[in-house]
Design a protein around this ligand. Structure first.
Ligand code: WQD
Length: 336
């Protein structure tokens, strides 16, 4: 009997790629998504890739009754929770919207799990919880620093809530701290769909290359790095999706060594903004229109992962190069 997994935010960027990976690993998947930052056509694209149409419920997780009604009948074996607002800048302008959506949504799911005796939960977290870490690469024991944005706070608060959730109700949780997810599925049927002006680097790069944006602004070249631009760890979205399947397997097989485990998911390699641009231009044979401007408020200089714990415990290794990520990102952009 296939295990049935709820993926909240399953029509979103990382969510949709994870649904594909789960289905291809033999899991039955049901999606909850409120379509606030995703499109319904992604459901058909998932089916086109895997041949399996996931069950879909357009539920807003802030609607407590709707969440409870769903869980009472759904018979779920585990939950992977992506559903959250994730725009750093927007969270600074609208903190209460972020706390309501990201925290109330999370608590509603956790309460429904408790009521329905569902024990396994995977949380979509972020390296942003580390702020500017003191040493590179960043491992899971790096101190959690004061959050730079309400968005980052909701990730830190989410993990703190989960600490009490696992001990009070005897649950098993894995929190996955992503570095910078990039790229698109090799089929070019699913990928990143930023609403409005992209906050993140790579969708802005691809939209500039597509002529949707006039010019990419590089936010600062006076950082203390090899070329002056900031360093991040750009992890291919399908490798990230695979890590979620491995984490779920670990919980369902009861191989976790403690009730709450945390894993950094990155390549372990840092790339500067200019290196991302050069890689994109090289692999796609394009010239990108960009200029250097001032730093963006809240940005940190450098972050890249020590991913050895995920390799050791999850048996997970990123397999995809930045070149390939940039190629898939462009292939996907050309379909839009
Ligand atoms: C990457 C680098 C920018 C845009 C955030 C969240 C993280 C995760 C990913 C949410 C930085 C530079 C960017 C542009 C630029 N989750 N940049 N011009 O800020 O590292 O991480 O998004 O999605 O939790 O914190 O990602 O892609 O915004 O920026 O020069 O137009 O690219 O300064 O150095 P970030 P990013």
């Amino acid at each position: 009997m296939n295990k049935k997994i709820l993926v909240t935010g399953g029509l979103g960027y990382i969510g949709s790629h994870t649904v594909v990976a789960l289905q291809q690993s033999g899991y039955e998947v049901v999606i909850i998504d409120d379509l606030s930052n995703s499109e319904l056509f992604v459901l058909d694209r998932i089916s086109e890739i895997t041949g399996i149409q996931p069950d879909f419920h357009p539920i807003d997780l802030k609607e407590t009754e709707a969440v409870n009604d769903f869980f009472e009948t759904a018979k779920i074996d585990g939950v992977i929770h992506f559903a959250a607002h994730k725009a750093v800048g927007e969270s600074v302008e609208k903190p209460l919207m972020y706390f309501r959506n990201n925290i109330l949504g999370l608590v509603n799911v956790l309460e429904a799990m408790k009521k329905n005796s569902i024990d396994n939960f995977i949380f979509s977290s972020s390296c942003t919880v580390y702020g500017q870490a003191d040493k590179m690469p960043i491992d899971e024991n790096a101190p959690i620093k004061k959050a730079e944005s309400p968005y980052a706070k909701t990730k830190q608060m989410g993990e703190e809530i989960l600490e009490d959730f696992v001990s009070a109700y005897d649950k098993n949780v894995i929190s996955l701290r992503y570095f910078n997810p990039v790229g698109a599925h090799p089929s070019a049927l699913i990928g990143e769909l930023p609403k409005g002006i992209p906050n993140n680097l790579v969708p802005f790069v691809t939209q500039t290359a597509a002529g949707i944006r006039e010019q990419l602004s590089v936010f600062g070249d006076d950082y203390p790095t090899r070329d002056g631009t900031a360093i991040r760890d750009y992890i291919y979205v399908c490798d990230l999706a695979d890590a979620h399947v491995k984490a779920l397997n670990r919980l369902l097989e009861k191989k976790n060594s403690e009730p709450l485990e945390v894993f950094n998911l990155g390549t372990g390699v840092g790339s500067t903004v200019l290196e991302v641009i050069k890689t994109f231009e090289k692999v796609n044979g394009l010239n990108l229109n960009y200029r250097i401007v001032g730093r963006r408020a809240g940005d940190i200089t450098e972050a890249f992962a020590d991913n050895r714990k995920a390799a050791r415990e999850l048996g997970w290794e990123p397999k995809t190069s930045l070149d390939e990520s940039m190629r898939t990102a462009w292939e996907w952009q050309k379909t839009l």
